[in-house]
Write a protein that binds this ligand. Structure first.
Ligand code: UT7
Length: 318
């Protein structure tokens, strides 16, 4: 039996930082409101001309370095993003060109904040069936490009960043299971209402009914973590770390409570970068691997929830 395991992680945040105090000067908000309602203290924003693939390339090269894999030896790229550089070629293929791994399958998945969970699930299957040996899984976003900076309901939340992992085959898991869901009935609660086929609006911006999204996210993520443990016959006490989607500290705390997990066992990075959508889970994972909190052999539960709605989770032995 072949499994996939995470051989290396990487992440990258753009240089420019916008603090809550900076936002106070842009919209009717306060540092106190943002911190207490979301946990966010600052966010990073791509420079003019800096793209989703630029951020991804930094994260990918770091993951490859950590895994000891040469960029040209990558044989599969799954790229989660909802803010692609171009209509086509897809971001996976644009990244492939830069890494020099010509000819291998490379594609993007467009499942909003769950983009990395979907990409991870697909890559895991390819490694398990023996069709990929060095699979690069990326989540990268420039949400600042679709944020209305005059809308306090969203401007305080969304930002830019990238994260990546390199999956390799292993005799033991690794990725124990992944679980994906979507429900398009909720489309109107969180969307960016513009596109190639439906036509571009004057203003390309995220629309969100925040408190409705909040309630459904808490419910669906609670169900997702329970589903993930049940599928593996694993008790919640066996978990070493929750690596959640970094959207709102209160959603993270609610999921931790559902698992009876103390917050010191939860990776929280939302204060540093806000909601980076598909980048959020691999970013948090990389931070905790590099600062030594997450160690080899530990059991991790990963989860994310976003527009669609789409959501997903994974149980991983790191
Ligand atoms: O990753 C994709 C999934 N997205 C999410 O998970 C986001 C989910 N939603 C949230 O994180 C939260 O709902 C928000 C952070 C967006 C909002 O927090 P909330 O506790 O649900 O606040 P609310 O929308 O119920 O608004 C409470 C009050 C309102 O004022 P009134 O009507 O009580 O007078 C808002 O107008 O806070 C006001 N408000 C703000 N005040 C200062 C809303 N945004 C702001 C703001 N600064 N930025």
């Amino acid at each position: 039996m072949i499994y996939s395991r995470i051989a290396g992680t990487g992440s990258h945040l753009p240089e420019k930082v916008i603090s809550n105090f900076d936002l106070e000067k842009m919209v009717d908000t306060s540092d106190e409101w943002i911190r207490s309602r979301t946990g966010i203290e600052r966010r990073h924003v791509a420079a003019d001309g800096e793209t989703t693939v630029d951020l991804a390339e930094h994260a990918a090269r770091r993951a490859l370095d950590a895994a000891g894999v040469r960029p040209e030896d990558v044989d599969f790229i799954a790229f989660g993003t909802t803010t692609p550089d171009l209509v086509f070629p897809n971001c996976g293929t644009l990244l492939q060109r830069r890494l020099g791994c010509r000819g291998v399958p490379a594609f993007s998945v467009e499942t909003a904040c769950a983009g990395f969970m979907y990409a991870l699930s697909i890559a895991d299957k390819y490694v398990r069936c023996g069709e990929a040996q060095r699979a690069l899984v990326v989540g990268s976003e420039t949400l600042s490009r679709i944020t209305d900076w005059s809308d306090r309901g969203t401007a305080v939340l969304f930002a830019d960043g990238a994260g990546a992992v390199l999956l390799e085959p292993a005799a033991a898991p690794g990725v124990l299971s992944t679980h994906l869901h979507s429900d398009g009935v909720y489309k109107d609660l969180l969307y960016c209402g513009s596109g190639v086929s439906s036509g571009f609006a004057d203003k390309l911006a995220i629309s969100m009914a925040g408190s409705e999204v909040f309630k459904i996210a808490v419910t669906k993520l609670g169900q997702a973590v329970e589903e993930t443990l049940a599928a593996n016959g694993v008790d919640r006490t066996a978990l070493d770390w929750l690596v959640p989607h970094q959207a709102n500290i209160r959603i993270i705390e609610a999921t931790a409570r559902r698992l009876d997990l103390p917050m010191r066992r939860v990776i929280v990075t939302v204060q540093e970068h806000g909601n980076t959508s598909a980048a959020s889970v691999p970013l948090a994972l990389d931070v905790a691997v590099r600062d030594g909190r997450i160690k080899r052999g530990e059991l991790l539960l990963l989860e994310a929830f976003g527009g669609g709605f789409t959501w997903g989770s994974a149980l991983v032995r790191y």
